[in-house]
Ligand binder design. Structure first.
Ligand code: ATP
Ligand code: LTN
Length: 326
């Protein structure tokens, strides 16, 4: 069976962008692949974290994985720092990466902008991500569009290592959803929906109550021409809402355009509120059921053991190929 790997950072406020860009695909891929889903806590510490909050967010993301439908009987769910192979492989890849290519990563440039000095961990972030992926001989990586550059870098590093040490890594492919690969902020559709934006109405968090969902969608930025049509250039707000509607329901954007012809933004937004609230209600219920159960930690322990046994095999092969150790 081919293998899927992906990860989400435990940093709170998991939103509709994370769901439609990544988590929804995690569930869909479970039947056809062996899936490995990680909570990447070592990526989270590339920026300052409060230890107690971090611990809480690790369990929040784990519970959300299960709440959206990741099935621990089928998929491996675990916390990155519980498997030492990630840090170990990361160093071997560091020695096969160049400062030039890492300096070109747009996420690094964005996150270190206006800082006199950036943490080295932020710079090395994509190498740790490559280690995550290559450690499991991954074939497919479901992520949002914002991760495209990191996936390309991972493929470059793997290809380079294979050039020096043939047969070391499987070269992975990115897997990007057709709709939902880039959900934009509701208050500013030129920016991606983000966990860290100050305005809570810029995003819909997966655990938002219906009243909050309603407020955020009804406030969402549109335009003044009143036509429900997909046009990213000229109508980014309406296009983003169409995209969300389509990704949540499976109805195509063109069918939505036809159905809402002659109707106003108010009607369209009201329907989108219902669609969104209906999609998130079962996720919220399942989350509340599982978040404080002892089953959750047991699932993560089992997951780490299963992940570690794959990781150890890869590390033995990689070390052998590199000529490391006894
Ligand atoms: P944020 O920018 O919101 O802080 P992130 O991308 O830094 O999120 P993660 O939680 O690690 O952090 O992302 C988890 C997944 O969600 C990734 O696959 C990412 O590509 C995807 N994702 C994040 N934001 C969006 C978005 N606005 N639209 C679609 N996918 C997204
Ligand atoms: N950088 C990713 C999170 C991440 C990841 C991974 C995704 C870390 N390691 C491995 C896929 C595969 C992000 O979405 N911010």
């Amino acid at each position: 069976m081919k293998r899927v790997f992906s990860g989400v950072q435990p940093t709170g406020n998991i939103h509709l962008g994370n769901y439609l860009g990544a988590l929804k695909q995690f569930v869909e891929l479970q039947n056809d692949y062996q899936c490995v889903y990680c909570i990447v806590d070592m990526h989270a510490i590339t920026v300052p974290q409060d230890p107690a909050e971090l611990k809480k967010h690790i369990l929040d993301v784990a519970a959300l994985y299960l709440a959206v439908g990741v099935d621990p009987e089928k998929s491996i769910v675990f916390v990155q720092s519980d498997v030492s192979g990630h840090a170990e492989l990361s160093w071997l890849l560091t020695c096969n990466s160049y400062t030039g290519e890492l300096s070109r990563m747009t996420q690094f440039k964005d996150k270190s902008k206006n800082k006199e000095s950036a943490p080295a961990g932020l710079f090395m972030y994509p190498v740790l991500m490559a280690a995550d992926i290559l450690l499991y001989d991954t074939d497919l990586v479901p992520v949002g569009n914002d991760q495209k550059q990191h996936i390309e870098l991972c493929r470059d590093i793997a290809g380079r290592v294979n050039g020096k040490y043939p047969g070391t890594f499987v070269i992975p492919d990115g897997y990007f959803p057709k709709e939902g690969a880039r959900i934009m902020a509701l208050d500013d559709p030129t920016k991606k929906m983000s966990k860290s934006a100050e305005n809570i109405h810029s995003r819909i968090s997966l655990l938002d109550e219906p009243s909050k969902i309603k407020k955020s969608i009804m406030k969402a930025t549109t335009d003044s021409d009143g036509i429900i049509r997909f046009d990213i250039e000229n109508k980014p707000g309406v296009s983003n809402l169409l995209n969300i509607y389509s990704a949540l329901t499976g109805e195509s954007v063109s069918s939505l355009e036809t159905r809402y012809e002659g109707k106003g933004y108010g009607d369209f937004k009201k329907d989108l509120v219902t669609v969104t609230a209906d999609a998130l209600a079962p996720i919220r219920d399942k989350f509340n059921e599982i978040r404080y159960s002892s089953e959750l930690t047991q699932i993560l322990r089992d997951g780490a053991a299963r992940a570690d046994s794959i990781a150890q095999k890869t590390m033995a092969r990689v070390k052998e190929n590199f000529g490391l150790g006894l």
